[in-house]
Design a protein around this ligand. Sequence first.
Ligand SMILES: [Zn+2]
Length: 306
Amino acid sequence: MAATYSDRKDRAMFLTPINTLGDAKVARVVDWQIEAFEPTGLLPDWDASHQPLLDAMPETMTPDGRHVLLSIHSWVVWLGGKIILIDTGVGNDKSRPFAPYFDRLSTPYLARLEALGVTPEAVDYVLHTHLHVDHVGWNTRLIDGRWQPTFPNARHIFSAKEYAFFAVPANAENRHRTSFQTQSDSVTPIVEAGLAEMIDIDGSEIIPGFSFHSTPGHSVDHASIVLRSAGSTALFAGDVFHHPVQVFAPHLLSLFDPDRSTALKSRFWALDFAADTKAKLFSSHFPASGVGTVSRRGAEYVWSFT
Ligand SMILES: [Zn+2]
């Protein structure tokens, strides 16, 4: 991978300003963007009454207003001399026959990371909200015909329960086909290389500043990752949200939420946490800056991009 990075258009589209949060700096590294879903496709309960919410956020839609934009990205955090990556996108060269919009991608993700001054070898920790296809992909690269760790010096931290779920062949039903493929090329090689640390999702501090909070429903042991630094709070909410319209209309579950009542409970936890702590919410899939705040307006919640 070339260390230089000169694609100005790409830089303008995908490199967003570096956020300051207490003593931490946080920046986004985009891997991919999906423009395949109409609102009703992503949010099965969507109806015309929600259209004004989308009209008020044109930056979250394709220019013709017909499809929602879903960004696939990582967050890189600099804190206490360490470099922490949160989720790792889809990855390159991965065969995803059941998820065609992720099939055999070739993106300049690592060049974007290096444009921020971060080499793969410099990453100290990789934290995962969950183990789905679009959150673990860059854990590995295809080198000499083998999936090898991209971040060879990083401890990769994720839920033991989620990994165990995908280790049981009986769980490999249709909905989870892609996830099972994903484990074999993007997670198991990390475990076999001795780079994995599997944890209980119990809210305790795992590494300085970071804790994992249980927000299941989208996946079996999904975690929202909280960063606290010098009086400031960040919530990396993972796939508790797919689009900011779900802040205004929390009952709009996504196509990808199999356990509806649990997913909804987790979403309200995240909304209340973000509003109560005045956290910055770093999304997994929102376009534009990908980051914002949640505030209350009466009994409702309001999203503002920052
Ligand atoms: Zn996702």
